[in-house]
Design a protein around this ligand. Sequence first.
Ligand code: SAM
Length: 453
Amino acid sequence: MSKKYHIWTIGCQMNVADSNHVAAHLDQLGYEPTARPEDADVIVLNTCVVRQSAENKVIGKLGSLKPLKQRDPNKVIALMGCFVGVKPSPKLQAAFPWVDVFMPPSEAAPLVNYLTADTINATDRAEDVRRVAERWELQDRMTTQSIRHLSLHGETPVAAHVPIVYGCSFACTYCIIPFRRGKERSRPLDDVVAEVRDLVAQGVREVTLLGQIVDRYGYDWGGHPDLADLLHAVHDIDGLWRIRFLTSHPNFLDDRILDAVAELPKVMPHIEVPIQAGDDEVLERMRRGYTVADYYRLVEHIRQRVPDAAIHTDIIVGFPGETEEQFMGTYRVLAELRLDKAHLARYSPRPNTVSARFMEDDVPDEEKRRRHRLLEELQEQIQREKNQALVGERVEILVEGRRKGKWEGRTPQNKIVFVEHEDDLRGRLIEVEIVWAGPYSLQGRFVRDVSPQ
Ligand code: SAM
């Protein structure tokens, strides 16, 4: 009977991509996925610590694995991601002695090394030598960190995430990511193109290129190739239908990138560019490097160059010292700019960050919740109105699968659309007429299949 693995993932899309990568390695080693940690021989927790609430979930999950390990000491427990950081600390290892392997973000190698080393001890027989040698070779290649394009595990997804920039060297005062993911490292262009080609050969139709600050792709080697060059190179891949990229920083979203979005038909008009706060003094203390007026100019500029672009933002409420008036600045920004989506977060002090060390977390939790709620209500209304304007329109969606008994896909602007249809539409690009719209999703009527041949 083959061995089984279970992967639990929280946090950003980068984590989702990393978990898929680990799963692909485990598949290659002959493991099969299971939804039940109790049944798994290997359990991987891929973690997030961007806010205390995420870290609490990780700690809870880790606690729940302790009795499993006590019952079956042969189970391998691997802890991955930002809870571990680039260099696992002895303190962490001492706090969770039931964890066998510590894996920095985006690195599958420690687990593969651990499992293959085990295999070598357990299979010290002549007939296994060839197989073992192959595994060592795989492991060797993996330590180069650049080989990511393994077979996808399970059913090939229609849309996949591809990391293009690891780490982050930008020092926003609230953010723990640079401490946990290390400095910014762009992946070589050929390497990304090879991975996307490989994904397409397996049936993937849409890729989202990922980076903490994705528009800084190439900055760590002096600027060229940059994100625009990469978009052009990926665009040339036959059989790929759609390209997205996230998350952009306002200061690096230059005209070369916007021109690529405007000119390359496969690059979707969907830009995620966080403002974080709608007040200059707060932005300065966050060390974001732009003003509210700069952001307004950027949004206007995006809308001029890519008129149909959906613009998404991130916002933190309750940053240290944020007054009611400053918060209302953020409220005004959302009300005036009428963006397509806002990811809202309540400020959470994170260890070692400048804001946690030098600024008092003085906005009470209740007040953070109130500000969060006000923005949520406002943005929900904006999204409802914007989506309702689409009723009666025809849009193209790429169908990714079934949810709630219907086919589910996304428009070029990344809006979720549900469609009822008898045929298997998975992986098809279809035209639909929007018949209903809510703030978070739409419903469409199938018109025709427009998939490229
Ligand atoms: N790196 C990108 C940027 O900041 O522009 C986005 C990725 S970041 C990991 C995801 C989001 O988490 C941020 O945009 C921010 O809104 C939120 N975030 C980061 N640190 C936070 C903190 N200490 N408290 C609350 N939210 C936080």
